[in-house]
Design a protein. Structure first.
Lengths: 362, 106
């Protein structure tokens, strides 16, 4: 029997169904971590993020400068390919971590890097802060999560368009233009509180002003170079964050209250982990989002016995994702069932009167 | 002041400095905080954003951060200090008598 088509809109039938089934703002499974250990894991410090941000900025300066020097030659192509990844794909993780406020201990540092990362990765800072909060409240709950990357049945054409952020980028630009006129889409109004909505309009107008300067420079200099440095990398540099991002949830279960079943942890090499800021530890991040990126490997070690086997590489993850996504085109009800190890604590969600985090045994 | 409105929430040794503990009483839930300099404070236990219990969160100085979405509050005043927390927490008087931490509930 074919599965009923799902309604992924935040204001549609599956939103109401999720609320009726108790899937909205629900209690999620949390692996037992002793409080003292969790406090250590959550502890904030500026050092790692300051170091990584300086390296990131320096890399952007080096490759951006090299690209300018080599502009007009074919050597500029690989240089700008790297620059684009550093500008856009690395910004995905900076946007993410700083949006959580966990990268740095010092609040303003998180805010500054968040704004920069948001601009580079082309995600409006206020809109996405709130949509990401909803993603963490209702991870891959259909009708509730605005960040389900591969809705079913999957559109392969849509995924391919996003290799260079064509679909997502143009959609974001339409949204920026709408916001600059002081209007929100109905779905956005469903997750952005009224008291925060003025920031959406402000952000859009600031972005338009910045892009006006860059475009003006390009026109004045009669060169694409200014746009190759600011603006276009949000498109040509997107492919790596898509490659990483699809490993997070694609092909896994929807409408479950256990991140072990709807998220993946994938082991990656140090270069990938620098660009991705350890977001490959995605089960861990969703279960305990207050743990900063630099402590995620330690958190992973602490809860490993309670979680499914991590994927040994990005390639291994895609060996599962590609057949799963292709099968979901024929069978939208299909998903990969993650197996819990014998050492894992099984958990069946029960209705709870308050949305309380389970207290771990000491 | 009626002594009956003060309830024993926990023992002093139940809470480390710069930490938080959950206390449930009479169908309500609270968060009891101990700061690094031995200040004691209490707020409603649930984050005003999505009703996640703050006892699982992180105390940093006089800030409590929600464990789910990293919303921040001043644990002394309950003031929301960082999104997605926008609505203040209600606070409650706390006093220490010997090794007991007492909370005044209305």
């Amino acid at each position: 029997m074919a599965a009923a088509a799902r309604d992924y809109r935040l204001t549609g039938a599956d939103d109401r169904a999720a609320q009726e089934k108790g899937l909205a703002s629900a209690v999620w499974y949390a692996s037992p971590i002793p409080r003292k250990q969790m406090k250590e894991l959550m502890r904030r410090t500026d050092g790692p993020a300051v170091r990584d941000t300086l390296i990131w900025f320096a890399s952007l300066a080096v490759f951006g400068g090299l690209g300018c020097w080599l502009w007009g030659t074919w050597w500029a192509v690989p240089v700008f390919a790297i620059y684009g990844v550093l500008y856009c794909s690395a910004s995905d993780s900076r946007w993410h971590e700083c949006g959580h406020g966990t990268a740095f201990k010092t609040r303003w540092m998180n805010d500054v890097v968040y704004q920069i990362g948001s601009f580079f990765v082309l995600r409006q800072p206020t809109v996405w802060r709130w949509s990401h909060a909803r993603h963490h409240t209702d991870t891959i709950i259909v009708g509730r999560d605005p960040e389900i990357g591969v809705p079913r049945p999957p559109s392969l054409f849509g995924i391919l368009l996003n290799v260079f952020a064509i679909r997502s980028g143009l959609r974001e630009w339409r949204s920026v233009l709408r916001h600059a006129t002081g209007r929100l889409a109905p779905e956005e109004a469903s997750f952005i509180p009224a008291m925060e909505q003025w920031k959406v309009f402000r952000d859009a107008r600031i972005w338009l002003a910045i892009y006006a300067v860059v475009i003006g420079l390009a026109i004045g200099l009669r060169s694409w170079l200014p746009l190759m440095l600011v603006g276009l990398p949000s498109f040509y540099g997107a492919w790596m964050y898509l490659m990483f991002g699809l490993t997070q949830h694609a092909g896994l279960a929807e409408d479950v209250l256990d991140h072990r079943l709807n998220s993946r942890t994938v082991y990656m090499n140090p270069i990938f982990r620098f660009i991705y800021w350890n977001m490959n530890y995605h089960v861990e991040h969703h279960m305990f989002p207050m743990v900063p990126y630099h402590a995620l490997p330690a958190l992973h070690a602490a809860m490993k016995a309670d979680t499914p086997e991590p994927y040994p590489s990005v390639l291994a993850a895609y060996r599962e994702i590609i057949p799963a996504v292709l099968r979901q085109r024929r069978e939208p009800g299909y998903c990969v069932q993650r197996a819990l190890p014998p050492t894992a604590r099984p958990w069946t969600p029960a209705p709870a009167p308050v949305n309380a985090m389970p207290v771990a045994a000491e | 002041m009626s002594e009956e409105t003060w309830v024993t929430a926990c023992r002093v040794d139940d809470v480390d400095p710069e930490d938080v503990i959950r206390f449930d009483h009479d169908g309500r839930t609270f968060a009891i905080y101990r700061t690094e300099d031995d200040g004691w404070y209490a707020t409603d236990g649930l984050c005003t954003h999505e009703k996640v219990h703050l006892a699982g969160g992180l105390v940093m100085g006089t800030i409590i951060e929600c464990p789910k979405h990293n919303g921040r509050f001043d644990l002394r005043s309950g003031e929301a200090k960082g999104p997605p927390a926008c609505i203040d927490l209600r606070t409650y008087p706390v006093r220490v008598e010997g090794d007991a931490v007492l909370l005044r509930v209305a």
